[in-house]
Design a binder for this molecule. Sequence first.
Ligand code: ZN
Ligand code: ZN
Length: 255
Amino acid sequence: MRLTTVGTGTAAPTPGRVQSGHVIEVGAIRLLMDCGSGIATRLADIGIRWQEITHLAISHFHADHVVDVPTLLYAWRYGQLPPRSRALDIIGPVGTLRLLSRFAAVFGDGLLSLGYALSVREVSPGDTIALGDGVTLGCTKVPHTEESVAYSVEGHGRRIVYTGDTGPDEALGTWAAGCDVLLAECSLPDTMAMATHLTPSQCGTLGAAARPGVLALTHFYPPVEAVDIRGEVGKQFGGSVVLATDGWSLDLEER
Ligand SMILES: [Zn+2]
Ligand SMILES: [Zn+2]
């Protein structure tokens, strides 16, 4: 199983960081989780074959997590020869179908009939669905927006948890417990703490509860990059911490 953080930024345009999006490659599955502005181009930048994405999972509907969905949908039709024929699986919270139809209201109905099948599955917190090739995707509710979920990708002896955007949540630590990689948002410094995002010390608390093999942090607003993230996290979590960058990737040997 291989995780690549494609975009580690936020709603704030930041040099070197596009908005949110991460890829997990495991067996035949190529799962893109979130697809904010810049993700389509960044996939190409870092040499991930965007043509081969099999599944797209959306954590919530904020623009910095979804605006490049139309970009990729069109890319698969107009950006390659021959155009995509393989179906695309889209997974997201309840409201994902409405989001897609709203995109279609802007760009035209053709957006959803580009010559390859779209299968849209709306999931509710607690659901676990099979992606194929022995890989499952589970989700749990997180405190950010009403629909926000975190995802757990499990298969081939490995498990990666992605928080999406979240505030502090004890249940999330329990849910993520023992995962190989916990990819957690780290939006703001402790001086700017709020209920719907994490600070470095809150990431430390989450890491201490979940005890992942690697705690990888992403979704950095500029003010958090001015503080000692690693130092703050390390006060509570003694394990391995990575401050992810666009294109960072980690290979987990399959078990
Ligand atoms: Zn965000
Ligand atoms: Zn958000």
